[in-house]
Design a protein around this ligand. Structure first.
Ligand code: HEM
Length: 463
């Protein structure tokens, strides 16, 4: 039963609620159709009411105007139990979350990462990707692993000061646990776990996730212990060293929190960035005139310069527009990360009780009619004004908005810019003639990912 003045929605079944929406793929696909109930509507995951927010106006009211009311995270979900209520992503609104978030933001902004800047760390990884591409000149490769490995290594460099070859046993174990875990978190079993609390103690397939996370955590514990042996206090080499320097100064910091914090940053920073890169190159290959215009701008701005720096973006309006458009079309986290209300509140005139789960329907903003010149096509003009200058519409919120917005935005933006510009400067990326028509429909999950595709590599003439 919906409470009085609660957002409307489709009829529900007893106990099972809106059983059909227990399938994440179906939920993502159907969410836009449910807008006929209005920009704020509700569905039931079993007994649990969930409010879906659609369109910029409702999103702004919730995430920015009433930011604190909507800044919680649900605490009774599958992922809370798996991560034992630690870390930052699923932490509820409060001092533990705030202190960890503040620390991560400061550290990622280079205030504490030691001698090597973030930009240098990214460039080192770009070089490794270039090596892979150089080995494949004139050939066709499937870039899935390459980009996943690159994004994973950048976050490993930041967290642990190290990178791993793809064949490395540690990285293979991490990637396998991580893939299994996200598959489980995406799937029917996690949805059932969330919706029907009485099945939680049963020996059902979701139990495997609890084992997978232990494997990842034991690797992270090993790396933290290694750091403890080799670190020089006050001279941090990476994120773990920075945290260890602060361990005794901040009340809620602990070894256990550190391990969960690294886990969160790793999972949040890997799939998101690699899927955005994958989407980017899929579109750049299939819109060769856009790829060529990017290369012209890159050649003009970087003439004679050995390598691109993040500051160069200010002189590259077209490149900036293309990267922002890639993020808009990629819609990488289609339902964001679940929020929860921290007190009784109102949204667009509806009553939302404390503790209600909130879902942000990102595509409803990223392709909202009236907010974009070309809401339904890949077109960098969405981010350019009549003078060709880069402009960012207010509805450009791939990282969400408000106090819970992505804390890795700075790192992700730097990665996307340095990767895409460096690779386009050196190579042409070509859709193979025998690859047939491209399929832009993504695979559905917590993150959206393009279906595996081939990519032909050609070396460009040195400019
Ligand atoms: C293209 C890449 C990325 C996209 C599109 C993206 C998007 C998002 C979105 C939509 C959220 C949910 C915000 C909300 O709940 O309102 C989020 C949260 C988060 N992201 Fe990202 N993200 C990206 C990369 C990264 C990276 C590289 C890191 C790691 C350094 C990261 C760390 C986090 C964390 C820790 C949170 C939770 C913040 C909190 O609860 O306070 N993300 N991200």
């Amino acid at each position: 039963q919906r409470p009085k003045n609660f957002p409307p929605g489709p009829p529900t079944l007893p106990i099972l609620g809106n059983l059909l929406y227990l399938n994440l793929k179906f939920l993502i696909c159907i969410s836009l159709h449910l807008i006929s109930y209005g920009n704020v509507y509700s569905i039931f995951f079993g007994l649990k009411p969930v409010v879906m927010i659609n369109g910029f106006q409702a999103m702004r009211e919730a995430m920015i105007v009433k930011a604190v009311d909507f800044a919680g995270r649900p605490q009774d979900m599958f992922m809370n139990d798996v991560i034992q209520r630690k870390g930052v992503i699923m932490a509820d609104y409060g001092s533990v979350w705030r202190d960890h978030r503040r620390f991560a933001l400061m550290t990622l902004r280079n205030f504490g990462l030691g001698k090597k800047s973030m930009e240098e760390r990214i460039h080192e990884e770009v070089e490794c990707t270039i090596e892979t591409l150089e080995k494949n000149i004139g050939k066709t490769l499937c870039p899935q692993f390459m980009f996943h490995n690159a994004a994973s290594n950048i976050i490993c460099r930041v967290l642990f000061g190290t990178r791993y070859e793809y064949e490395d046993e540690i990285i293979q174990t991490i990637v396998k646990c991580f893939t299994d875990l996200t598959r489980m978190a995406n799937g029917m079993w996690a949805m059932l776990y969330n919706s029907l609390p009485f099945i939680r103690p049963l020996p059902l397939p979701f139990r495997k996730a609890f084992k997978d996370i232990e494997v990842f955590l034991s690797i992270a514990v090993g790396l933290v212990n290694e750091h403890k042996k080799t670190r020089v206090p006050g001279e941090p080499r990476d994120f773990v060293d920075c945290y260890l320097d602060e361990l005794d100064k901040v009340n809620c910091f602990s070894d256990k929190q550190l391990v969960r914090h690294t886990f969160d940053l790793y999972i949040a920073g890997t799939d998101t960035t690699s899927n955005t890169l994958l989407t980017g190159f899929l579109y750049l290959m299939n819109y060769p005139q856009i790829q060529e215009r990017c290369q012209q701008e890159i050649d003009q701005v970087l003439k004679g310069k050995e390598r691109v720096s993040f500051d160069d973006r200010h002189n590259m309006p077209y490149m900036q527009a293309v990267i922002h458009e890639i993020q808009r079309i990629a819609n990488t986290l289609p339902l964001g990360v679940l929020h929860s209300t921290t007190r009784d509140t109102e949204l667009m005139g509806y009553f939302i009780p404390k503790g209600t789960t909130i879902v942000q329907n990102m595509i409803s903003v990223l392709s909202e009619e009236g907010q974009w010149k070309f809401p339904h096509e890949f077109n960098p003009e969405n981010f350019l004004n009549e003078q060709g200058k880069f402009v960012k519409p207010v509805a450009s919120i791939p990282f969400s908005a408000g106090p819970r917005m992505c804390l890795g935005e700075g790192l992700a933006r730097m990665e996307l810019f340095l990767f895409i510009v460096t690779l386009l400067r050196k190579f042409n990326f070509i859709w193979p003639e025998d690859a047939g028509e491209p399929d832009f429909t993504p695979l559905y999950g917590i993150t959206l990912t393009p279906k595996p595709y081939p990519m032909k590599i050609q070396l460009r003439q040195k400019q």
